[in-house]
Design a protein around this ligand. Structure first.
Ligand code: CU
Length: 154
């Protein structure tokens, strides 16, 4: 969340600076988003009614928006943020220009409900991320232990 806030603030300042000196503010909008998805994983769910998913989107181009997520594992996948420990459903997430969108434990996450089966550790779940400008990005989300921590790798 800290990343998003920093990105949004930087973008606002850049826009103001451009407007201030009369430069063509559309200059940056002709660039395309350049997205890369890394660090995807799903903690092994303890039941078949619900699972979470995490990943990082790195953007080296212009801003894009994550609008929806689909997978064979579930017809009911929603985007959630966490504010003060409370989850909130979000319609979309901005991927800032030259920035990152983090989905991490305790923060933003995907929520898969009514699973077609309960994925086990070692399995890979195919997930399609749908972006407003970049279209569909398919990723393979490895199922890790229920207590997996990407920082330690355990
Ligand atoms: Cu949630």
């Amino acid at each position: 969340m800290r990343h998003r806030r920093t990105g949004a603030a930087a973008l606002t300042i850049a826009t103001l600076a451009l407007a201030g000196c009369g430069a063509d503010s559309s200059a940056n909008t002709s660039a395309k988003p350049e997205l890369k998805v890394t660090g995807a994983y799903m903690p092994a769910p303890s039941m078949d009614s619900m699972a979470a998913g995490f990943f990082i989107v790195t953007n080296s181009g212009s801003a894009d928006t994550l609008t929806s997520v689909t997978s064979d594992l579930s017809d009911d996948i929603t985007l959630h943020s966490t504010k003060d420990g409370t989850m909130e459903e979000e319609k979309s997430f901005t991927v800032p220009a030259d920035g990152t969108l983090d989905f991490a434990s305790g923060g933003n996450h995907l929520m898969f409900e009514k699973l077609t089966h309960r994925p086990k550790q070692g399995e890979k779940v195919s997930v399609a991320l749908h972006f407003a400008k970049s279209g569909t990005v398919k990723i393979s989300m490895p199922v890790q232990s229920a207590t997996y921590n990407p920082k330690t790798g355990h």
